[in-house]
Design a protein around this ligand. Structure first.
Ligand code: ADP
Ligand code: MG
Length: 530
């Protein structure tokens, strides 16, 4: 008896229904997932015209008997699910038994497959109609060829985008699966061009091959386990960032899913390291018992629901936060041996930095372990003050309280947020409806800068939604920091450098701009052709 069964009606009704084939990439995704479910160790994807003309996926997986191959093209026919209990613990990519028949209905499909100890079979279906089915000689495994997608649905076909755009989606679909299964080899060919050649490898190697990050874009690797959860992640180190969330790959039990909460968590954790509105590259793989996650909430399984979302997200956030804590991680520019992109420097002990001087009263020059270091003095000092303000600021009493004249609304803003301001060392009191009395200021603010600081804070308070504490912190750090065009003594420079070292070498200002440039000795050798 074959492996594939038609699902009973009651079970079908419990499966998230909906269209699975939207565009060529949906076909690519479904076919490659089937190959992975069949235990393939090598998968070859060939496309023509971005998949609009042809999609061909060949694998060396377990294949199908002729009997099963015919059944596979029926709706709700699957080898991956038996009863409702199975639905609670799906471990395969597929389980709905819908992909092959849905694809066959809207294309010209040829299936060639052979299982161990069974003859090969070739089946041709056009627009859902069986045209051919006969024995053929074939290697073990499966080849599915999908021609002329939507040929019988001109309205749908019209909505397909340009070859390049459709191709882009398909490449991304393969990348997502290739990241999930690094031990499987992938080859992606478009026309006669090889687009991806990914030999079976370790996770780190695959990531390195796909993203090739080095230097400033190095990846931090972390793993954490707290039953029932386990997490592995690769995170880009600042100041590397991307303008969109496309570099965020989230996997739940090796299934790629879209998840807004994870994006939020990452934004928050990187908020003081990369510019606003930008995102890191992050590959986050979460593992938990299949019963703890429901994959049956979306027809293409692009979303999942956690049984205990609060615990799950708390675990993820803590794990990522710990990994991102400054540890002297990012200073080295040397490449790791062995070609893996995962690298994790332990906290470095002492890094001697020798001040050289200033350039244009704006940049600090120093001799470092790797070569010449150039700091933006404002960004550097800003970062130092910002880090110090983490543990809340101290205030100093003014000999003469200051009176600031403001609008009524502004006075009420300040008073409403008095608690946050007090925690930074401000002491404020109302002084009539339109002015405020400042009795103490954070130590890093000079009395003559008070007005400017308060104005900057008010600006921040007028934009609700953001974390006010963070805003005050950034604002104070910026206002309190030395500016460009300010001469510094060697002593002052030495002090700033020591502070920077003691903070474990942050690489960016709190707004995410780089604060440091290193001209390494190797770079010098190269530039001078030595
Ligand atoms: P599902 O993956 O949800 O089970 P599909 O329509 O994608 O549904 O596939 C139906 C069945 O056909 C699968 O359950 C599997 O048994 C078989 N099948 C599909 N593709 C392959 C393949 N590449 N190799 C072996 N078996 C396959
Ligand atoms: Mg499938």
């Amino acid at each position: 008896m074959g492996k594939i069964r038609i699902l009973p009606e009651e079970l079908v009704s419990k499966i998230a229904a909906g269209e699975v084939i939207e565009r060529p990439y949906s076909v690519v995704k479904e076919l490659v997932e089937n190959s992975l479910d069949a235990g393939a160790s090598h998968i070859e994807v060939r496309l023509q015209e971005g998949g609009k003309l042809l999609i061909r996926v060949q694998d060396d997986g377990e294949g199908m008997t002729p009997e099963d191959a015919l059944l596979a093209l029926e709706h709700h026919a699957t080898s991956k699910l038996r009863d409702e209990e199975d639905l609670m613990k799906v471990v395969t990519f597929g389980f709905r038994g819908e992909a092959l028949p849905s694809i066959a209905r809207v294309s010209k499909l040829t299936l060639i497959t052979r299982a161990e100890g069974s003859p090969g079979v070739k089946i041709v279906v056009e627009g859902g109609r069986l045209l051919e089915s006969h024995p053929v000689g074939a290697p073990k495994g499966t080849i599915v060829e999908v021609k002329d997608l939507f040929y019988n649905l001109p309205a749908r076909k019209k909505f397909l985008k340009s070859t390049q755009t459709e191709l882009g989606y398909s490449v991304e679909a393969v990348v997502r699966l290739a990241l999930a299964k690094p031990h499987v080899g992938f080859l992606l060919i478009h026309g006669d061009r090889e687009l991806l050649h990914l030999p079976a490898s370790s996770e780190g190697e695959r990531i390195a091959l796909l993203f090739g990050l080095s230097g400033e874009g190095k990846l931090l690797y972390l793993e954490k386990e707290a039953p029932p959860y386990r997490l592995r992640a690769w995170l880009s180190s600042p100041p590397y960032h991307r303008g969109n969330t496309k570099g965020i790959y989230f996997y739940v039990n090796d299934r790629y899913v879209k998840d807004r909460t994870l994006v939020q968590i990452l934004s928050e954790l990187y908020s003081d390291m990369i510019p606003r509105g930008s995102y890191p590259l992050a590959i986050v793989k979460l593992y938990l018992p299949p019963q703890e996650v429901d994959v049956n909430v979306h027809p293409t399984k692009a979303e999942v629901r956690f049984e205990a979302p609060e615990n799950t997200y708390r675990f993820i956030k803590e794990a990522l936060r710990e990994a991102l804590k400054p540890k002297g991680v990012f200073i080295s520019t040397t490449q790791p041996q062995g070609g893996t992109a995962t690298l994790f420097h332990a906290a470095q002990t002492e890094i001697p930095l020798e001040p050289i001087g200033q350039l244009d009263n704006t940049y600090i020059l120093a001799k470092g372990p790797e070569g010449l270091m150039v700091f933006d003095q404002h960004a550097l000092h800003e970062r130092i003050l910002y880090e110090r303000l983490k543990g809340h600021g101290e205030g100093s009493q003014l000999t003469m309280p200051l009176v600031l004249e403001l609008s009524e609304v502004e006075v009420s803003y300040l008073l409403e947020n008095r608690e946050v301001l007090t925690s930074f060392g401000f002491e404020l009191e109302p002084f009539g409806p339109r002015s405020i009395l400042i009795k103490a200021l954070p130590t890093i603010v000079k009395p003559e800068g008070a007005k400017e600081v308060v104005e900057a804070l008010l600006e921040g308070m007028k934009n609700p939604g953001d974390d006010l504490f963070e805003k005050v912190r950034k604002s104070l750090a910026c206002q309190g920091a030395i500016k460009a065009n300010m001469p510094l003594s060697l002593e002052e420079i030495r002090y700033l450098l020591e502070e920077w070292v003691s903070l474990s070498f942050p690489q960016t200002c709190p707004h995410g701009r780089p604060l440091l440039l290193v001209l390494s000795r190797e770079e010098l050798l190269r530039r001078f052709h030595r």
